[in-house]
Design a protein around this ligand. Structure first.
Ligand SMILES: [Zn+2]
Length: 423
């Protein structure tokens, strides 16, 4: 998103280190709706390799499995079929220790069952109470593939690769799982239709910047909501996808992720979902009426504007420091603004990672400057939970919650008043 405006007040970096797996591809949880067809000019710019990027390697796909076959591996269900370019495969397998093992909650904290109501197929439901940040499931994909598929010998996209991957590479149980997934594109070959219906965007794999998608046995069953209570992310090092809670979830409650960007208006979101996934969203945000619907659109527009700025980049704490050091400014100035943003994010259930992190960081710094211990603890604990949802680690926030006085921001307002007694 580009924006000519600079909006200053949220520009700040968190002082806590960025957690998460160094090699993890942290991406927005949207599904890939279609394999882009290289012979369609309108699909070229994003999906096809740029001129000069194409190597000999990229004229054809390589089919393999991850981890590489070995008679020593005990669990054949932990394999992903991988469709990639040769360089990608080589770079992946060259990562030391790749892929690392992982665990998922056992016994499971969810069940896949008929969703009922407005949903046609299955959905994922919590079987016990889940808290923000909790891991719900971690899973190796049935199939991982590049989104760009080079043409075959006949000049058409080589979708034959999907048939080979599913019918020749997968074990019988894995193949049965794949073929049991829903297919909303009956006009396409079955393996491709299932891929387009179920694959989640996992970002790029080493060796090529183009997008890749993953199809999962359980994770792909999760339905969409524009007010999701869970988030999907992909970890390259363990070659697994994971779902973590973004809201408290009660037993029996359905688990939702978002398939698309959340900030567009309801009209735009609905059109996107209808086109890409062929359903009309009837989530809590999409069924609002009148002024409530307008308010939701407006809040999402504000969130989008903030995201238009480079929150991760050239951001500083300059305005926070200026406020902290100037007793003439109101005590509540920055916390009021940040709390308003947090309420908007929570109200839309749009806990966007970068923006939420900035808001929590500002709240904790400002309240530390004001020596409000309870407020710092409250927001640092919330930040820890969300950080865990986004990255798998609390990012240092629990240490802040344990000892707010230890932060560099503690008491800055008092110190400023003491050195400016006249203000
Ligand atoms: Zn919706």
């Amino acid at each position: 998103m580009s924006s000519g405006m600079r909006r200053g007040f949220l520009l700040s970096t968190t002082h806590t280190g960025r957690g998460g797996p160094a090699l993890g591809s942290r991406v927005t949880p949207k599904k890939i709706a279609e394999i882009k067809i290289p012979c369609h000019p309108e699909n070229q710019p994003e999906e096809a390799p740029a001129k000069g990027e194409t190597t000999d390697d990229m004229t054809h796909l390589v089919l393999t499995v991850v981890p590489p076959s070995s008679p020593l591996l005990p669990d054949p269900d932990m394999y992903s079929a991988l469709i990639s370019f040769k360089t990608q495969k080589e770079k992946l397998l060259a990562i030391p220790g790749f892929p690392t093992s992982f665990t998922t909650p056992s016994p499971p904290v969810y069940r896949v069952q008929r969703a009922g109501g407005r949903f046609q197929g299955l959905g994922m439901f919590a079987t016990q109470e889940v808290h923000i940040g909790d891991l719900i499931v971690r899973e190796r994909a049935l199939l991982i593939t590049t989104q760009y598929v080079p043409p075959g010998p006949d000049g058409r996209p080589n979708i034959h690769a999907f048939d080979v991957a599913v019918h020749q590479q997968m074990s019988a149980p894995r193949r049965a799982m794949y073929l049991a997934l829903s297919n909303i594109f009956p006009e396409l070959p079955q393996t491709l239709g299932i891929l387009n219906t179920n694959s989640l965007y996992i970002g790029a794999l080493p060796g090529y910047n183009g997008a890749c998608g993953g199809v999962f046995n359980d994770i792909s069953r999760i339905n969409h909501s524009c007010r999701p209570n869970a988030v999907f992310w992909w970890d390259l090092q363990s070659f697994s996808g994971q779902i973590r809670a973004l809201a408290p979830i009660r037993p029996g409650e359905q688990i939702f992720i978002t398939y698309i960007d959340m900030w567009p208006t309801r009209t735009v979101r609905q059109a996107t979902l209808l086109k890409k996934y062929r359903f009309r969203c009837a989530c809590g945000a999409c069924t609002l009426t009148g002024a409530y619907a307008q308010y939701s659109d407006l809040r999402r527009a504000f969130i989008a504007m903030q995201l238009g700025d480079d929150l991760d980049g050239s951001t500083t704490d300059a305005d926070l420091l200026a406020w902290a050091g100037n007793p003439a400014l109101p005590d509540t100035m920055l916390v009021n603004a940040a709390e308003l943003w947090l309420n908007w994010l929570l109200g839309e259930r749009e806990m966007e990672e970068r923006l939420s992190r900035v808001v929590f960081s500002r709240l904790c710094k400002a309240y530390a400057a004001l020596e409000d211990e309870e407020a710092v603890k409250k927001y640092a604990r919330q930040a820890a939970a969300y950080e865990t949802a986004w990255t798998g680690s609390d990012g240092g926030w629990l240490a802040v919650a344990a000892a707010p006085q230890e932060t560099a921001w503690w008491g800055l307002r008092r110190k400023a008043r003491e050195s400016n007694p006249s203000s």
